[in-house]
Ligand binder design. Structure first.
Ligand code: HMG
Length: 428
């Protein structure tokens, strides 16, 4: 029987842990020790982490890895990746190396507009609300000046405010649709503050305006980056077993299947997000916002589809992706988390636009590596090779056992059961 608790948020960290251990772990000292051994010995650093969020009792580590050899717009990058899944960083590195020898990645930000909305109800005549909006619109800009002045000085701010009639969907439903450029900031707090001020100003115009909520949208189809690789078809021949043309044709078929088949598109895009999320997380950005926005974009045609595309034109293979990405390189966690600072420094302290390019490239590289494996050797060969250490750790293999088993699996296929059998044989 789980006990409820009142005032938990006001407990000290020690009190929270004691309550948890006595109520949920039968006072098990091992459970408490496990939480404590993940604390950072540096008290200041631990406090910083404790204060990132609420009710913190320990840390949850994720690996921080790097993928070298990314040639992007003629500049070499080492990309930081925070991810727990084996073979993702190896795959990114593999694709980077492959394309390094074929001209590298080209990336370009196509647009950077973000959107926020004041959702409200008005049951009067639509011409009345049109007139109110047109009269008050300059005041919206005027009364948000205190919030926007620094952003304006950087070249961003509120771009426009429109009244949108949504009464065909819900009786009396309208929006103020506000577009923003937030420059190097992801801009969520800036956008929401502007929207709440606009809503406050708007409400004073008429008692018949009922504001429901004011919030940014994580759907950013006008904040889009494109990344691309291309090379002559014959340059895709990776070894004697397959010609460049054969490789390209099968690869393009795999992309086409993801374009038309949602079951495949979801997995295809999951592979892309392996790269995207890992860089988004390492650079302290909001991966939930990115995920939600990217998947909505993948379904913008009415059916969930591939985020990447491929073609052959005049003997040239081209593979590209367009991604909506609202990222920041200032504000939020970017200036607080020491590892995020290291990740951004590693990338040469990029602007938000440069980070958008790097993230899109990581997604495209990941997709290329996965499709290359899927359409040639199959995914398991490479993935399981990387997963071997996880299985060995699961069976608490000693260092000397690992050396023997890694050597064994250089020439044998890694499957879970084959590893278990090999461990058992070795221990017998
Ligand atoms: P390989 O050709 O056997 O690797 O590939 P290699 O040992 O010949 O090494 C070549 C290069 O690969 C290395 O160059 C590295 O760049 C990289 P080097 O450093 O030697 O100059 N590489 C590594 N980097 C870091 N650590 C390593 C490592 N090994 C190789 N240990 C590889 C092996 C796994 C890279 C390849 O088979 C591959 O890319 N497979 C795809 C793996 C993948 O996509 N994993 C994602 C998880 S599966 C998934 O969730 C997504 C999926 O469902 C998506 C979809 O369906 O579309 C598949």
């Amino acid at each position: 029987m789980v006990n409820s608790v009142s005032g938990f948020s006001k407990f000290t960290k020690a009190e929270k842990i004691d309550w948890l251990i006595s109520n949920h772990f039968l006072n098990n000292a091992k459970a408490k020790a496990n939480l404590e051994r993940y604390w950072n010995a540096n008290e200041g650093l631990q406090k910083l982490h404790d204060e990132f969020t609420e009710n913190t009792i320990s840390n949850f580590y994720l690996p921080f890895g790097i993928a070298p050899n990314f040639l992007i717009n003629d500049k070499i990058h080492v990309i930081p990746m925070t991810i727990e899944e084996s073979s993702v960083i190896a795959a990114a590195s593999n694709a980077a190396k492959f394309w390094m020898q074929r001209g590298g990645f080209k990336a370009e930000v196509l647009s950077t507009t973000k959107v926020g909305q004041v959702h409200f109800m008005f049951h009067g005549n639509s011409s009345e609300i049109d007139a109110i909006f047109n009269e008050i619109k300059p005041q919206f800009f005027e009364q948000t000046k205190a919030i926007t002045k620094n952003m304006d000085a950087r070249g961003g701010g509120i771009l426009d405010i429109e009244l949108v009639n949504k009464t065909a969907k819900i009786s009396g439903y309208y929006q103020l649709q506000v577009t923003f450029d937030t420059m190097d900031a992801m801009g969520a707090n800036f956008i929401n503050s502007c929207l709440e001020q606009i809503a406050t100003t708007f409400k004073t115009c008429s008692d018949d305006i009922q504001v429901v909520m004011s919030i940014l949208s994580n759907y950013v189809p006008n904040c889009v980056v494109r990344a691309e690789v291309s090379c002559k078809v014959e340059d895709l021949a990776v070894d004697a077993s397959i010609s460049g043309r054969e490789f390209a044709d099968t690869f393009i078929q795999a992309v086409r299947i993801a374009e038309v088949e949602p079951y495949r598109a979801v997995t295809h895009n999951k592979g892309i997000m392996n790269g995207v999320d890992a860089v988004v997380l390492a650079t302290g950005n909001d991966f939930r916002a990115v995920e939600a926005g990217v998947h909505a974009y993948a379904a913008r045609g009415g059916s969930y589809s591939s985020l990447s595309h491929a073609s052959i034109e005049n003997g040239v293979f081209k593979f590209w992706i367009e991604l909506p990405l609202a990222l920041g390189t200032v504000g939020g966690l970017t200036g607080l988390h020491p590892m995020v600072k290291t990740a951004l420094e590693l990338l040469g302290n990029p602007s938000a636009k440069e980070l958008m390019e790097i993230v899109a490239v990581a997604g495209l590289a990941q997709n290329f590596a996965a499709l290359k494996s899927l359409t040639t050797t199959g995914i398991q060969q490479g993935h399981m090779k990387m997963h071997l250490f996880n299985i060995l750790n699961q069976f608490e293999a000693t260092e000397s056992e690992k050396v023997i088993l890694v050597a064994h699996f250089k020439t044998n296929t890694v499957t879970h059961s084959a590893v278990v059998e090999a461990i058992e044989n070795l221990r017998a």
